[in-house]
Write a protein that binds this ligand. Structure first.
Ligand code: ADP
Length: 398
């Protein structure tokens, strides 16, 4: 069976084609600037040269049409005809409280995705646009939604409730959801394999450190806590998001900087984090370089970043009452040698000891803890698309 995995953003379409007989990737690609002049499609068929097509496309349906044309192209396509695609998997950011697992998309599922527009205004509308475009072009195959929130739905009320008047939970669904669930799912399962223990018996702390960043505490196969909350703004310091702050700062700065709600939203989501604090960049590599050449604000930003992560490790070790392993993943987690070292420094009281020599690796599954470390420290490149493809196969068979 071949599965097409689709991830639609407001102006982009990312795709991968999997052959599920051996889970190999036949092709992947990206359509950028959908609906904006200068649309460009970059298609990478496995083992062949990248193909770049420039053609202005007004919307996601036209974008998907071009993707499908490319996939069956005799020269650089990877399938003979569209009938070879047995199912389509869609990344959907928010599934609210309704979905603790992936699901085949029908009208009811689309309605729930629509109901979450309010709480995921940047992500769910383009996700649904992508689903509808694909359904129009491929009406005869199952379409499966895989939610970023689903894996975290196992959290208990004491972890997902905020100390706000209870009726805002009932009326407006204000609670903690967590995101990056597909990534936390993938790396925690892989970590259990590396530990040689059943997933259901492990205590795992996953650190998805990318431009967006979140952590999760996983006990006996279930997420018990995660650092992102009602939106992806809560938790760790990120590229441009502030993470945890005193909520009183929001109204204080709205008054001082004369911001309305939209402007404040953008201020804390897009102008803060490593970018705001360092004044250098949202890209951690740039901040690390600036700090190394003596930029004090860049060093301060790194110190705040590391300290926040350490705080969450302590919190999660306490909640898990122990820990078998930490798992570093995503851009920073997979590649940030210095970042991993700084985060794990002086955690030996918790049984966490990183081996600085083993740690000099990037982007492969490896244990970088010292032999006598009680807690294993894994680097595991994430693979959200593979989880989506597997779930799509699993659900479409039902
Ligand atoms: P997202 O998918 O959230 O956009 P990624 O998972 O691709 O993000 O991660 C992007 C981040 O990874 C950037 O901040 C980048 O600086 C960081 N990164 C990549 N390579 C390194 C490295 N060698 N050291 C530290 N950070 C790195």
């Amino acid at each position: 069976m071949k599965v097409l995995v689709v991830n639609c953003g407001s102006s982009s379409i990312k795709y991968q084609v999997f052959d599920m007989t051996d889970e190999s990737v036949l092709a992947k690609g990206l359509v950028d600037r959908v609906g904006i002049p200068g649309t460009v499609l970059k298609h990478e068929p496995t083992g062949k040269d990248e193909v770049v097509i420039k053609k202005d496309l007004p919307d996601h349906t036209e974008g998907m049409k071009l993707v499908l044309e490319v996939l069956v192209n005799p020269e650089y396509g990877v399938i003979q005809n569209m009938e070879e695609i047995g199912a389509v998997g869609h990344r959907v950011v928010h599934g609210g409280e309704q979905f603790a697992d992936s699901t085949v998309i029908d009208d009811k599922v689309k309605q729930v995705i629509r109901e979450c527009f309010d709480i995921a205004p940047l992500h769910n509308p383009p996700n649904l646009m992508g689903i509808e475009a694909c359904q129009e072009l491929m009406p005869n195959v199952p379409h499966v939604a895989v939610f970023d929130t689903a894996f975290h739905q196992s959290m208990a009320p004491e972890n997902f409730m905020y100390a706000l008047p209870y009726d805002v939970y009932e009326k407006y669904k204000v609670r903690r959801y967590g995101f990056h669930g597909t990534s936390h799912f993938y790396v925690s399962h892989r970590a259990a394999e590396m530990l040689g223990k059943p997933f259901e018996e492990c205590k795992i702390i996953t650190l998805h450190l990318g431009n967006g960043a979140s952590m999760a505490a996983i006990k006996n196969g279930r997420v018990i806590d995660t650092s992102m909350g009602f939106t992806p703004l809560e938790g760790l310091v990120m590229g441009t998001r502030c993470g945890d702050i005193d909520p009183a700062i929001v109204f204080y700065l709205m008054e001082k900087l004369n911001m309305n709600a939209d402007e404040a939203n953008s201020y804390f989501n897009k102008k803060s984090g490593m970018l705001g604090l360092s004044g250098v960049s949202n890209d951690l590599r740039d901040v690390i370089d600036a700090a190394a050449s003596g930029n004090k604000r860049a060093q301060l930003a790194l110190d705040v970043y590391h300290t926040r992560v350490k705080g969450y490790i302590g919190n999660y070790v306490a909640q898990l009452n122990g820990c078998d392993c930490l798992v570093f993943t995503a851009g920073v987690g997979e590649n940030g040698i210095d970042t991993r070292e700084a985060i794990c420094r002086d955690l030996d009281y918790l049984g966490i000891k990183l081996d600085p020599v083993k740690n000099k690796v990037r982007g492969k599954d490896v244990d970088v803890a010292t032999d006598d470390s009680k807690v294993r420290i894994f680097v595991i490149p994430t693979n959200e698309e593979l989880v989506i493809a597997r779930d799509t196969k699993r659900m479409s068979g039902k």
